[in-house]
Structures are given as structure tokens and as C-alpha cells.
Design a protein around this ligand. Structure first.
Ligand SMILES: [Zn+2]
Ligand SMILES: [Zn+2]
Length: 352
């Protein structure tokens, strides 16, 4: 049996997550959705540099094969939930953080009885009439009744119609709960909240997919965390190392720095999404002259060429400020190495 036409295949092959992403980008009804200051993801403004390319690289060519420049071009994202261009990067990063936190906690649990995290939905009665603050306070009480201590919480102010294009105010909470989940009927009788069990999350990737799905249509509000952690996975109880995001050169291990691309060097410039070795005449390092230094960003044109835009960006300026001294010291050290006695003067560890 085959579906009647290709349209059917297309609709069927879209996951629920992709469906929400599509509506976030296209539905006019998502724009005006508001509950107590919460809106839906992707409904704000993007910044000038969002989804433009930036030329990271390393010009320590003495230590590279064929004395070539190493380029690692990256797509810049503001990673903000409200940004219509970058919200998927935000969702991915948040889902990744939650997965790391929950799996670190699970790893520490090997001796005692081992549960999985379970996805449940808690829906309060008459929720539309309450503020978020009231809902949260009621939730605290309800969690006590249900004996739920360790969990991650995502707040959803809205439910959706079948094709997910129209949000309707209907606040509820999604929880990833660790431990035994209470008897449903007894819980309802005591609290009048309904509890729906969506099943265990067996592996890390199940946690990731679940959180990613939940965040695609979560309520977002400035200075309110989209994912909250309670009990043994709270920020206070569980420390998780931050993911390092300073990329280094694979040939000489120096931190990468930002370059501008020379279009008139005589050598063909690299493709804008390039990663690898390239002729060094195509790149000039961006120096931090003053606090207003603009960063070159690149935008792909339809015909495969690209255009440069100089944009002020604090994050990149900070990167230049922090990494330039390290790079200069390292290069100086490598030059000194020609004289054997100098090795004792400066050890490589002094740069770390
Ligand atoms: Zn953005
Ligand atoms: Zn290098």
C-alpha cells in the first residue's frame, strides 16, 4: 500500500517536533499568543548578525601542513528563544543542558534502586483564570501531595489545534520526574489536578528528544527559566560542568581567532561554510582597535558568492580581547624555541 500522493508522504514524514517548528515560523496565530507575559518561541526580533557566517581560524602557519591557514567558518546564532532565526539553536542547547544534568544525576545513582525519568503532564483546574505565580504556588502544593521531589519542569501556557497552528490558553506543566509516581485517582481526588503518564525515558536521547519537543511550543518570558529543576537535580544540589565552546586549532591547539576574508588577494577565497586548510593570503586577523571595532560577518548570496557586513557584536569583541594575548605569547614562545637555552625561561604550561 502506498499513500495517495506525495503531499501525504510529506505530512506523514514530519515529526510532531518539526510540525511545531514549522508553525513557529509561519503561523500568524502564534504571534499574538500571550499568557501573563509568556509568549511562544520565535515570535520576537532577530539581530543583524543572526545566521550570518563568521571566519574563525588560525594563522600560526609555521606549525600547519604546507604553511597554510586553518579556517573553521561558523554560523553565528544569538541562541535566544524569541529569535525567529536562532530559536532552534536555543532549543537544542537547552535540551542538551537538561540531558547532561539528568544523565549526570542518573550516573550517581548506581547503588540505590534505579529509576528512569518519567514524562508526566500535570493539568490544574480553571488554570486560565490564574496568574503564573498562583499556578506555580499551587504546583508546589500538588508536588508535595504526589510526593514528587526530583524533577525538571517545563511550563506550557497553551494547547494547540490539530495542525498546531492555533494556540489556545490552557496552562499546564510537563515534568520529567525521578522516582515513583503516585496513584492517579487518589491524586485527582486530593488535588483536582489531572496527571497523565507519558512513559519512561529510557536513554539520554529520549530525554533529549522529549525536552526538545516540549521547548518547541513552551511558554517563554524574559528572566523566567524555560526549564526548572527541583530536588536533587537543582542548581544548588547538582553541579554540572559548563560545556566549553572555545574552539581550538586541530594542528597547533591555539584558540581560534576571528579573521576578515580578503577578496582581492589574488587567490580564490574559501567557500563560506569552509572548514580546513586554505591559502593564508585570503585572511587578515581582526584586531581590537577600540571598543567600537566592528566584526566582519558574511552572508551567502543565491549564486554561491557571499557579501561582507561589518556589525558591532560584543561577544566577538570579548573573544578577541581574551584570546589575543594567549596567541601572541604562544607564537613568541615558539619563536624562542630556536634557542635551546630559552626553554627554561618559559614553560608552555604558563599559558594555560
Ligand atoms: Zn538570533
Ligand atoms: Zn593552528
Amino acid at each position: 500500500m502506498y499513500p495517495a500522493n506525495s503531499q501525504t508522504i510529506l505530512v506523514q514524514s514530519k515529526t510532531a517536533y518539526q510540525n511545531y517548528i514549522h508553525q513557529a515560523q509561519t503561523s500568524p496565530y502564534w504571534k499574538n499568543a500571550d499568557f501573563d507575559g509568556f509568549s511562544l518561541v520565535a515570535q520576537g526580533q532577530s539581530k543583524e548578525y543572526c545566521k550570518k557566517w563568521i571566519s574563525y581560524g588560525c594563522d600560526n602557519v609555521k606549525q600547519h601542513p604546507h604553511k597554510q591557514h586553518y579556517a573553521e567558518h561558523q554560523l553565528k546564532s544569538c541562541k535566544v528563544a524569541f529569535c525567529p532565526k536562532c530559536f532552534e539553536s536555543w532549543i537544542g542547547r537547552q535540551a542538551n543542558r537538561t540531558t547532561r544534568r539528568l544523565s549526570k544525576f542518573l550516573e550517581s545513582r548506581t547503588i540505590r534502586k534505579h529509576y528512569k525519568f518519567r514524562h508526566i503532564i500535570l493539568s490544574p483546574p480553571n488554570a486560565e483564570k490564574m496568574s503564573y505565580k498562583q499556578l506555580k504556588r499551587n504546583l508546589d502544593f500538588v508536588l508535595k501531595v504526589g510526593n514528587i521531589k526530583t524533577c525538571a519542569i517545563v511550563f506550557h501556557p497553551f494547547r494547540f489545534n490539530k495542525d498546531k497552528s492555533v494556540p489556545v490558553i490552557s496552562p499546564h506543566f510537563h515534568l520529567l520526574v525521578y522516582g515513583h509516581v503516585t496513584n492517579t485517582t487518589e491524586f485527582y481526588n486530593k488535588t483536582k489536578w489531572t496527571i497523565k503518564n507519558k512513559g519512561d525515558l529510557k536513554e539520554d536521547r529520549d530525554i533529549f528528544s522529549c525536552v526538545r519537543y516540549l521547548l518547541s511550543h513552551a511558554g517563554v518570558r524574559k528572566s523566567t527559566h524555560a526549564v526548572r529543576y527541583l530536588g536533587d537535580i537543582s542548581y544548588r544540589k547538582l553541579k554540572v560542568e559548563k560545556e566549553s565552546n572555545i574552539p581550538h586549532c586541530p594542528y597547533c591547539e591555539l584558540p581560534l581567532r576571528i579573521f576578515s576574508i580578503n577578496f582581492s588577494s589574488g587567490h580564490e577565497p574559501p567557500p563560506i561554510d569552509y572548514v580546513g586548510l586554505w591559502d593564508s593570503s585570503c585572511f587578515s586577523p581582526v584586531e581590537d582597535i577600540d571598543n567600537d571595532t566592528k566584526i566582519p560577518f558574511y552572508e551567502m548570496n543565491d549564486n554561491g558568492t557571499y557579501t561582507e557586513h561589518k556589525i558591532y557584536s560584543f561577544e566577538e569583541l570579548l573573544h578577541i580581547k581574551m584570546n589575543t594575548p594567549k596567541i601572541t605569547h604562544h607564537k613568541y614562545f615558539m619563536n624562542q624555541l630556536r634557542f635551546k637555552t630559552s626553554i627554561n625561561c618559559l614553560k608552555i604550561t604558563s599559558f594555560n
